[in-house]
Design a protein around this ligand. Structure first.
Ligand SMILES: [Zn+2]
Length: 63
């Protein structure tokens, strides 16, 4: 499951943060989903759902 994080930690201080799904710049509050060692960043849980419904099946079809 994901969780909300605010733009205070080091790893995004220096760079713009973009949603992994829709590509929008996220100014303040991110929806973070940790997958193993990876951190995926979304605008909100709706974008996470899009990621599961759209991106992951598309990747499986390529395999
Ligand atoms: Zn988004």
């Amino acid at each position: 499951m994901g969780h909300w994080e605010e733009n205070t930690a080091k790893w995004y201080e220096q760079t713009m943060v973009y949603c992994n799904v829709c590509g929008r710049i996220i100014p303040k509050k991110f929806w973070i989903v940790e997958q193993g060692t990876q951190k995926l960043v979304f605008c909100n849980p709706d974008c996470e759902q899009l990621h599961r419904d759209y991106w992951l099946p598309a990747q499986n079809q390529n395999a």
